[in-house]
Design a protein around this ligand. Structure first.
Ligand code: ATP
Ligand code: FE2
Length: 332
């Protein structure tokens, strides 16, 4: 037995959160003030992109160690939260099985968390943002979200692949190491000119797959540095345009950046220029809370626990296509 049940007279509530939608398996315990313990294991394929069953096998191999590590300090937990979706089915099921086992054996409630909303809530927790328009940009996801009429609404999103996967795909095609985003960012700094690439915004949605292909084919007429620069400029301009229109439409006074691609300094610069122009505050959480992390699942789990938003084990099937606008928001 790895966990310690919470003493009944204890005042501070703590939640164990487990994240494992894709590459990253991560667990953390948080209370309302801080992250008390965390541990991570990252799946790295020998070559190519993510293989869902291999990633799930990685998570299965490491989940005992990761959970053991966060529970080893003897911090009591009041609930266990897990990423219910969106994500890769085999990965989600591995994590959910562990969470259910902990819930059943320790008698603490189970909480099924929407992964996208967890990114937003950890950003609100770890910055001064109160009611932002959120640009959530990761490997598989690219969405512009804001809270309206009791739900997190998706104001714009990718019509095909996420921006991170688009960058990683281009990086693989030119033999840059995985994940590709940081390498592309570094090369872009050495560019000398912009090469026009397809800028695809349809209504409030955007698309990246054609852009990646066009970037690959322009390598015959431009340097890798120039193509990396142009790829970033084009893709980020699309994201900033839609974010700006969501700000104008909702009238919100804040923008929050979330997801692993948020580490990119050029994207931050472009967003901050747009926010300054519009007189809107711009928030970027500490890097460790931007990519997938167990603390964000634990934190949203804590908010949901406080509202009694728990789930019975028999109703806790994972939701690989779980949309943020399908999640009931009980804590706002
Ligand atoms: P999700 O399940 O939410 O899609 P994920 O597993 O893709 O998440 P994240 O950690 O949110 O995980 O994001 C990883 C992505 O971030 C990768 O595609 C990576 O290339 C990209 N990335 C990381 N650093 C940078 C950077 N400096 N510039 C651009 N992209 C970056
Ligand atoms: Fe994510």
């Amino acid at each position: 037995m790895y966990f310690t049940s919470r003493d009944v007279d204890s005042r501070v509530t703590s939640v164990l959160g487990i994240e494992g939608t894709a590459w990253n398996l991560s667990a953390a315990i948080v209370d309302e003030n801080d992250v008390l313990a965390e541990a991570t294991a990252t799946y790295m394929p020998a070559s190519g992109g993510i293989h869902p069953r291999e990633a799930a096998q990685h998570h299965a191999n490491h989940i005992t160690g990761v959970i053991k590590k966060v529970l080893s300090r003897g911090i009591g937990i009041d609930a266990v939260a897990f990423s219910r979706g969106p994500g890769l089915g085999p990965c989600l099921r591995t994590v959910a099985t562990a969470a259910r086992a902990i819930s059943l054996s320790s008698g603490v409630p189970l909480i099924g968390v929407n992964h996208c909303i967890a990114h937003i809530e950890v950003g609100r927790w770890k910055t001064q943002a109160v009611d932002p328009v959120t640009l959530y940009v990761s490997g598989a996801n690219s969405q512009v979200l804001a809270f309206r009429a009791g739900r997190y609404r998706v104001f714009g999103e990718t019509l095909d692949i996420g921006i991170g996967n688009a960058l990683d795909k281009f990086a693989r095609s030119v033999h840059l190491p995985h994940p590709g985003g940081p390498g592309i960012e570094e090369l872009a700094l050495k560019a000398s000119r912009y090469i026009p690439l397809p800028y695809v915004v349809k209504g409030m949605d955007f698309s990246f797959s054609g852009l990646t292909t066009a970037a690959e084919s322009s390598l015959c007429k431009a340097s890798l540095e120039d193509v990396c620069f142009s790829l970033q400029e084009t893709a980020f301009a699309m994201l900033v345009e839609v974010t700006e229109r969501a700000v104008a439409h909702t009238g919100k006074g804040e923008v929050l950046l979330a997801g692993g691609v948020g580490a990119n300094m050029r994207l931050r610069e472009m967003l901050s220029i747009m926010c300054e122009d519009r007189g809107v505050r711009f928030y970027v959480p500490e890097k460790k809370f931007m990519g997938d992390n167990g603390a964000m699942i634990a934190h949203l789990g804590l908010l949901m626990l406080e509202r009694g938003n728990t789930i019975a084990v028999e109703d806790s099937a994972v939701l690989p296509d779980f949309r943020p606008d399908d999640a009931e928001v009980t804590w706002r």
